[in-house]
Design a protein around this ligand. Structure first.
Ligand code: GLY
Length: 367
């Protein structure tokens, strides 16, 4: 068992990582049940995992009630938030209870937000079932739904009480989604950990082929990195947590251009976004060109988009920059960018000229 702690004072919690953990989830969750029925919120894509979880709870004498929502980004909506909170109230969930979020980022974000407002805040446990959720969204307490104006624009910081990560559940995750989650793994190397980037270069093929040791190492290293950053800057006020947004500003524009659809998964947008952030840093003379080329080459070798063309983007630089202006990170008319002095040397730059970004994007090969 690998244990990573998120040190946030009274809101501290543990992340447990082990293959097969889902089948003994009750060892960790039962003490939170207070002898009451636990609500599990999940989606129709992970029903076998729901069965495993409920069997573990039943064997431990814990009753559970499953709420199964439609899979997909559309579930992060006001309508689903309303019906979920109604259902949790019908079930008599109290402030001292813990709702279990079993699923990918959509379920984690929705349940996190619902529990942040239910009775002014009740507990929740994250059991992430996608690589992306295991290494990023289940940790750190960012929760949200989408609004008409954009993605993740309505939400709250609400930390889970515990995160249970079973890498073996990835066996049934489609390779495309594993690759998209991998973008958030290699991100930690690109941010501030050159040695981990080298580990990724050497081990990504094994990781994506399902090697159990590579999975545990990648997940534990990623969540430990995230836990450190979140402990320093929980609410993204000092600039430290903003480093986790590497690739997200360019990526957001690409995702917006493709309508936040299956044409470009979030992790794929982040991968292309990170490649563009490094290429732009090289163009500005901030980063050696060979580092940018190495990032592009690695992402391409994994089968991830590593630029506009492979992300399927044909739009102009101006159009893409226009999407960026709707990014929720806009701050008094400026958009903070994550740029790099090299691999493992990412920094926040608040003085980027958006017209220059558009000109840079116009130099990039497109679909
Ligand atoms: N995914 C970025 C963050 O949690 O801050």
């Amino acid at each position: 068992m690998t244990l990573v702690k998120v040190a946030l004072g009274a809101r501290s919690y543990d992340i447990h990582i082990e293959a097969g953990l889902l089948a003994r989830a009750a060892d960790f969750v039962a003490p939170l049940s207070r002898g009451r029925t636990m609500a599990i919120v999940t989606d129709g894509n992970v029903l076998p995992h729901l069965e495993t979880l409920q069997a573990s709870l039943t064997a431990a004498g814990v009753a559970s009630e499953a709420i199964v929502l439609p899979p997909g980004e559309g579930t992060k909506s006001w309508a689903q938030l309303e019906s979920l909170t109604d259902r949790l109230l019908e079930l008599g969930i109290e402030r001292g209870d813990h709702v279990i979020a079993l699923g990918g980022g959509v379920i984690g974000d929705l349940v996190g937000f619902a529990t942040s407002i239910l009775k002014r805040g009740c507990g929740f446990v994250q059991i992430p079932t996608t690589l992306l959720a295991q290494v990023d969204s289940s940790v750190g307490g960012k929760t949200a739904i989408n609004s008409r104006a954009g993605k993740n624009l309505v939400g709250a910081f609400h930390q889970p009480a515990m995160v249970l990560i079973d890498p073996a559940v990835l066996d049934t995750l489609p390779l495309r989604e594993q690759r998209a989650g991998y973008a958030e793994v290699v991100k930690y190397g690109l941010i501030d950990d050159f040695a981990f980037f080298e580990w990724c270069e050497a081990n990504a093929p094994a990781l994506l082929a399902g090697d159990p040791d590579a999975r545990v190492h990648a997940i534990a290293h990623s969540v430990a990195a995230k836990a450190r950053i979140v402990a320093e800057d929980e609410r993204e006020t000092t600039g430290k947590r903003a480093l986790l947004n590497l690739g997200h500003t360019f990526g957001h524009a690409l995702e917006a251009e493709t309508g936040f659809s299956d044409k470009l998964l979030h992790g794929e947008g982040v991968a292309a976004g990170m490649a563009l952030a490094f290429a732009y840093s090289a163009r500005l003379g901030l980063c050696p060109g060979q580092d940018a080329e190495r990032v592009v080459a690695h992402l391409g070798a994994i089968g991830l988009p590593n630029g506009l063309a492979s992300a399927g983007i044909s739009a102009s630089g101006e159009t893409l920059v226009d999407h960026m202006l709707h990014d929720k990170k806009m701050d008094a008319g400026t958009l903070p960018f994550l740029l790099a002095h090299g691999i493992g040397q990412t920094f926040l730059d608040k003085s980027v000229d958006l017209a220059d970004v558009a000109a840079f994007l116009d130099t990039q090969p497109r679909a």
